[in-house]
Design a protein around this ligand. Structure first.
Ligand SMILES: Nc1ncnc2c1ncn2[C@@H]1O[C@H](COP(=O)(O)OP(=O)(O)OP(=O)(O)O)[C@@H](O)[C@H]1O
Ligand SMILES: CCCCCCCCCCCCC/C=C/[C@@H](O)[C@H](CO)NC(C)=O
Ligand SMILES: [Ca+2]
Length: 502
């Protein structure tokens, strides 16, 4: 530990940089010291933890009359920083200039690039010119020369970069992504997210705040947070990966409607959310799932996943043992499948809490970032008023699962088939359905949709409603550390810039 202030210390791991400083006489009146000799100084830049998980770069300047002593300190501190092996030195950065409020480029240039340069991190920056630019580019560049990839944008941009990296790893290892049972190769190149999107749920759920400077500092200090990834297949064809929300019904319909209103920016979700709420459509279908091990907790737990989470650590250990013992063997064949048929307003599978500024506790507050399971939330047909009560509970302290029409399960894989595709498969498309198109034949005014909804996969739509989903434990890694328990020493570290005599 390196002492900075009388009652505050900063771990070496949270020092950003050390620089020799020109001692400016105007800086401070330091009385007799200044008159006696030439002063030598160096500045330590470090992470200052503020409220609500926000990090800032602060600095303290140390000065002394002995030049040799000053140089020794600089040298020693630089050597200690060099020993921080998990810190990135060379990063590949993708900026989506059109995400969120179209501020990605400005955010990167003004808030992030100066910090990377202070921390001596070199970068190759690509400003994307079209959707899938980053993803395609990751299949072409020499990714192995980078210590990480940074995406500046929202959840969709993150999803692109993740698809590029995971896809590239599988391609380089000869793994067929179309095989839903394939053991995927872990991706050890970390991704950093600089939030500049509309929801920024992945950043918020893994850092605790959507703030570009905080995220840049987590990248600089070389944090590492493993993340579960779900693979989504249809008929042995790979569709997409998901790390946050895979939502059918309510969230799928919001996304589909909001895509037409991208020009509205982040407001599009509020507009389409309200419209979708009023439409109150529900969908019939069948879900089959395999439960996760009970030792991995429950979605109704009161404790949330936090930095150093024991459940995620246990899963990491189990994964290492499994990889060592039997590489390609899978467990899901051994366990029982549970089947649920019904009419649903929403089917949400979340790999993480999905906390975001709109809902700080998220869709499943006790979901884990890296436990190898997803929380499957089934919201059955209910009245508009009850659905509103359910939604409102995402924004307050009440339990959103404590409703008779809501069920939640912790699962390692699941399958969904809509009633429509079941009917199509069994060739029972009757004349009534054809004639009345998308309305329910039995109850024309009941909001029951015979058309399918769309899956919302981390903010992107899927082309198929019948899907097969499997959670891959800790398939990738982020420059993050999960959400920290609130730091009690915040007040002690509140000065932004100080000077100290050695
Ligand atoms: N230059 C570009 N032009 C058009 N689309 C792009 C470009 N670069 C990336 N995209 C696409 O834009 C989509 C949305 O971007 P992004 O996720 O950054 O913002 P958002 O949708 O506003 O935020 P969120 O995903 O958090 O709701 C991504 O799926 C990405 O594929
Ligand atoms: C009347 C009050 C209603 C409040 C309802 C609040 C619920 C908000 C929950 C939002 C969860 C968002 C989950 C994240 C999804 C992202 O993957 C995706 C892409 O960014 N965003 C959306 C909105 O689909
Ligand atoms: Ca999980």
């Amino acid at each position: 530990m390196f002492p900075i202030l009388e009652n505050c210390s900063v771990p070496i791991s949270e020092i950003i940089a050390v620089e020799e400083t020109e001692f400016n006489k105007k800086q401070r009146n330091i009385g007799r010291w200044q008159k006696m000799a030439k002063l030598h100084a160096f500045t330590v830049f470090y992470v200052k933890k503020a409220r609500n998980h926000r990090w800032r770069c602060s600095d303290v300047t140390f000065w002394c009359v002995d030049e040799h002593l000053c140089n020794q300190w600089i040298q020693a501190l630089k050597e200690l920083l060099e020993m921080q092996r998990s810190r990135p030195k060379h990063l590949l950065v993708y900026i989506n200039p059109y995400g969120g409020k179209r501020q990605g480029k400005r955010i990167y240039e003004q808030k992030v690039a100066p910090l990377f340069s202070l921390a001596s991190i070199s970068t190759d920056v690509v400003i994307t010119e079209h959707a899938n630019h980053a993803k395609d580019n990751l299949f072409e560049v020499n990714i192995y020369k980078y210590d990480g990839v940074v995406c500046v944008g929202g959840d969709g941009m993150f999803s692109e970069v993740m698809h590029g990296l995971i896809g590239r790893m599988q391609k380089d290892s000869g793994i067929d992504q179309n095989n839903p049972k394939a053991s995927l190769v872990q991706c050890n190149i970390r991704i950093g997210i600089i939030p500049a999107g509309s929801t920024d749920c992945i950043c918020y759920s893994t850092v605790g705040i959507s703030d570009p400077v905080t995220s840049a500092l987590h990248i600089i200090v070389g944090d590492c947070q493993p993340l579960d990834v779900s693979s989504v297949h249809h008929n042995n064809t790979f569709l997409k990966y998901s790390v946050s929300l895979l939502g059918y019904g309510f969230y799928g319909d919001i996304l589909k409607d909001s895509e037409k209103k991208r020009w509205m920016g982040p407001m599009r979700y509020d507009y389409s959310g309200f419209k979708t709420f009023l439409s109150h459509h529900y969908y019939e279908g069948t879900i089959a799932y395999q439960p996760a091990k009970q030792t991995h907790g429950s979605p109704r737990d009161k404790e949330s996943c936090r930095t150093g989470c024991c459940i995620c650590k246990k899963s990491e250990k189990e994964l290492a043992e499994k990889n060592q013992e039997h590489g390609l063997k899978h467990e899901e064949g051994e366990e029982e499948w549970k089947v649920i048929k019904g009419k649903f307003l929403a089917i949400n599978a979340v790999n993480m809490s999905c906390a975001c500024p709109r809902s700080p506790k998220g869709l499943s507050p006790a979901a884990h970032l890296a436990d190898g399971s997803a929380d499957l939330i089934l919201v059955r047909k209910c009245s508009r008023f009850d659905f509103l009560r359910y939604l409102v509970r995402h924004t307050n302290q009440d339990d959103q699962f404590d409703f008779p029409f809501v069920d939640v399960y912790r699962v390692k894989c699941f399958q969904f088939t809509s009633k429509l595709s079941e009917d199509n498969e069994s060739n029972v498309m009757d004349i009534g359905k054809k004639r009345f198109g998308q309305f329910c034949r039995d109850h024309p005014a009941c909001c029951c949709n015979i058309v399918n909804s769309t899956w919302n996969c981390d903010g992107e739509t899927l082309d198929s409603s019948a899907i097969e989903v499997r959670v891959h434990c800790q398939l990738m890694k982020l420059f993050a550390r999960g959400i920290e328990e609130n730091c009690k020493d915040e007040a002690a570290c509140s000065q932004s810039s100080t000077e100290q005599l050695l």
